[in-house]
Design a protein around this ligand. Structure first.
Ligand code: FAD
Length: 477
């Protein structure tokens, strides 16, 4: 293994001196993402602008056996890109080209530095839009967010096929595409039916352990002119396991999510005082059901279908909420241009989310278990923000408790970290599904899936024989 000076000098030759960051202060931005993962600075950060530069960086790292930590926008907030050993952060933000916007197939080919804000602006000119994530700001990388299978507002309608194919720089420096992207000369490489066997999804949820995504073919949606949100106050979530399948089976909805008053207040108020006041005026739980159509008539008949279901459950749907002016407009704004976690952090400065999935029958038990943990929060009852999103026609849910804390208060931070661990462990052992086991969860999740984890380790050895790609993540050692 050669010394730091050799590594940094060679990287400067590859990407130019301005694109290698070695100043300790500047590196702090890659060392900490506000999560409970132990901060660690990389040796340096490199900012390639082209696929060939990524390849050259990867080949150098593979030759010198030095770790690489892919970074596209750093909005996971779970320590997924934080170094675990001496290594180089590969900051992909300069790779921000939209290679193609196909308004017939409604697909785009993008690089990892393309953000939701950027793609939305370009797609709008063609009457299209990307599907935006829940909880993640619009400055996030589209490619990395989709590669991590982050829940999207439109999942309840369109399911999880937002990314069709990806092109990866493998840890050996080879380039490999999936599906039609595997072919050298395919100019529109995103046909739905062209996924070659098995390997197509191997890079999803891999947290950068199997290679660096440099291109992705993603799906876009039409911008529809007529949209409406039905707001349904709920006293509790007890009936959600029967209400949401009934709603989803109508297939009249676009977005559909359920939040408690605190989470909802954080979406729309600016600081702690405003949030506290708004929270008090809101119903305990709020379901938001989006409808859209090409004309008013289409919206109206979809609304009737939804109101039929609400009537069956004795529920009322409204279009306004006391305390929030212009609610319809502001919901649209948050969904099209999310501020995500930045909203939640307005309450106490820090917020940590636990992202998992619950089946329909697990919803109430997992909710109650979480509350029990929150009541034993080192003697101080913790306040939780809740976000739930029905998936699989209401057969399962994205299940996200949020923990708020003041990061400047060391005792409160430590207490919240303990609570985060306790809730996570309780949920994992009670059967909640953690599809993306980020560093705080990986050991606990993979401990329970022995054979599967052994096979993932074997895949890792095939793709990354020198273990240079985001080592230590996904409990891969
Ligand atoms: C409230 C909230 C809820 C969330 N819920 C979920 C959830 O349920 N499931 C989920 O999976 N994520 C979830 N996320 C995580 C998050 O949305 C995405 O992972 C994030 O937007 C990815 O973008 P990033 O590049 O900024 O992240 P980064 O932190 O930069 O990277 C995320 C991971 O991907 C790797 N990576 C980055 N770029 C590349 C690339 N080009 N090629 C290969 N690997 C790369 C990194 O090394 C890291 O391991 C949530 C985030 C928030 C704030």
């Amino acid at each position: 293994m050669r010394g730091d000076t050799y590594i940094i000098e060679t990287l400067r030759e590859i990407v130019g001196p301005d694109n290698v960051i070695s100043d300790a202060k500047a590196l702090d931005g890659y060392a900490n993402d506000g999560s409970f993962v132990r901060p660690m600075r990389p040796l340096c950060a490199v900012r390639p602008a082209m696929v060939e530069e990524v390849q050259a960086v990867v080949r150098l790292a593979n030759r010198e056996r030095i770790a690489l930590f892919p970074f596209s926008s750093g909005t996971t907030y779970q320590g997924a890109h934080i170094p675990t050993e001496r290594g180089i952060t590969v900051d992909l933000r300069r790779m921000n080209k939209i290679d193609l916007l196909d308004d017939v197939a409604r697909n785009a080919i993008i690089e990892p530095g393309v953000t939701f804000a950027q793609l939305a602006q370009a797609a709008e000119k063609k009457g299209l839009k990307p599907m935006t994530p829940i909880g993640v700001p619009e400055e996030a990388s589209v490619l990395a967010t989709y590669l991590e299978n982050t829940p999207l507002y439109l999942w309840p309608r369109y399911k999880t096929w937002e990314t069709l194919n990806v092109k990866m720089v493998l840890p050996t420096g080879e380039i490999m595409g999936t599906g039609q992207m595997a072919l050298p000369d395919s100019d529109r490489p995103y046909h739905w039916a062209t996924n070659f066997a098995v390997l197509n999804r191997v890079f999803f949820g891999a947290q950068g352990t199997l290679g660096i995504g440099v291109k992705a073919a993603v799906t876009l949606r039409n911008i529809v002119q007529h949209r409406k949100y039905i707001i349904v106050p709920l006293e509790n979530i007890e009936k959600l396991n029967v209400l949401s399948p009934a709603l989803m089976h109508q297939e009249a909805n676009d977005e559909c999510f359920v939040a408690n008053a605190l989470y909802f207040a954080c979406l729309f108020a600016n600081d702690k005082n405003e949030i506290t006041a708004l929270e008090k005026s809101l119903p305990t739980w709020i379901a938001v059901i989006g409808i859209s159509g090409n004309d008013e008539a289409e919206v109206s008949y979809k609304e009737l279908d939804i109101r039929d279901v609400l009537d069956r459950f004795g529920l009322k749907g409204d279009t306004t909420l006391a305390g929030i002016a212009d609610l319809q407009k502001r919901l649209m704004q948050e969904i099209d241009h999310p501020r995500g976690m930045l909203n939640q952090r307005r309450y106490a400065g820090g917020c940590s989310y636990i992202a998992c999935m619950a089946s329909n029958t697990q919803l109430s038990p997992l909710y109650n278990l979480t509350l029990q943990q929150a009541q034993h929060n080192g003697g101080a009852r913790a306040e939780l923000g809740w976000l739930l999103m029905p998936l699989n026609f209401g057969g399962s849910y994205y299940f996200e408790p949020n923990l708020y804390y003041d990061p400047a208060d060391a005792a409160e931070r430590a207490r919240t970290q303990q609570l985060f661990s306790n809730i996570s462990r309780t949920l994992i052992h009670a059967g909640a599904f953690f599809p993306r086991p980020y560093p705080m969860w990986a050991e606990e999740v993979y401990f329970r899936i022995g054979a599967y984890h052994r096979k993932i380790k074997m895949c890792k050895e095939i793709f990354d024989p020198n273990n240079i790609m985001n080592p230590g993540k996904l409990a891969l050692r």
